[in-house]
Design a protein around this ligand. Structure first.
Ligand SMILES: [Zn+2]
Length: 236
């Protein structure tokens, strides 16, 4: 399955052919639907059929491997037939907020210099959990840092690198906030120029300015070591 969102997160729709359709869900030869994973919800949207009908998709999920996306139809939606030509179209407003929030969490991880232990993206608010017992920043200081890096409009660039290229550049690994998984032959890196570099397979905006103004609503204690930082978008 060709995962078009990996190279262009701004694609809202694509032409595709149905390769499987049953009670487990619908598979296509290519898709713009991002599947639930990495703390980011899977896309919703629809498959538009050649006769003008459509199949509502409530969520895209990961299938058997990282190259496999299963489109889960809404309850009662009709199933297309294998071989049908469809237009796969995501709910763009929702996805774009996920892209802004997800990119914002990368910026957040560059401000709070502590290991990330978890995270969750939603349309309206997001959070990152850190192993950060000293919690030496206030929520106001974090918000100020976030809004400054957002206003500076740093370019956000995904790129692929082979395991060999990575091995040949030990400095690259040192600058990353998360150690990349190797062994698959190549790793997808997300580079926010001058701010953050880490392996990530998610969808992001093209420059930090697109995130818009944000606020940090609270820092919660989650056990002795863990601190949860909650962020909201201030622009629609
Ligand atoms: Zn990411």
């Amino acid at each position: 399955m060709e995962l078009l969102f990996r190279d262009d997160a701004y694609l809202r729709s694509c032409a595709a052919t149905v390769t499987q359709a049953d009670e487990d869900g619908i598979r296509l030869d290519r898709t713009v639907f991002y599947p639930t994973g990495g703390g980011q919800p899977g896309d919703s949207g629809s498959l538009i059929l050649a006769d003008g009908g459509s199949v509502a998709i409530q969520e895209a999920r990961k299938g058997t491997d990282h190259e496999d996306v299963v489109h889960i139809p809404a309850p009662g939606a009709p199933l297309p037939n294998v071989g049908d030509k469809v237009t796969a179209e995501i709910d763009w407003e929702r996805r774009y907020r996920h892209m802004r929030m997800h990119t914002c969490l990368h910026v957040l991880s560059a401000i709070v210099k502590a290991p990330v232990t978890g995270g969750q993206v939603t349309e309206t608010k997001s959070r990152l959990d850190f192993n950060w017992p000293e919690a030496d920043l206030t929520k106001e200081a974090i918000a100020e840092g976030l809004n400054r890096l957002i206003a500076e409009n740093h370019a956000v660039v995904p790129r692929w690198i082979t395991d060999q290229e990575l091995e040949a550049q030990p400095d690259l690994v040192r600058t990353m906030s998360v150690k990349p998984p190797t062994g698959a032959g190549h790793v997808r890196l997300l580079d926010i120029e001058g701010v953050d570099l880490q392996p990530c397979g998610g969808t992001h905006v093209g420059a930090t300015g697109e995130i818009g103004a944000v606020d940090v609503t609270k820092i919660e204690n989650k056990g002795r070591q863990n601190r949860r930082v909650n962020v909201v978008l201030l622009e629609p």
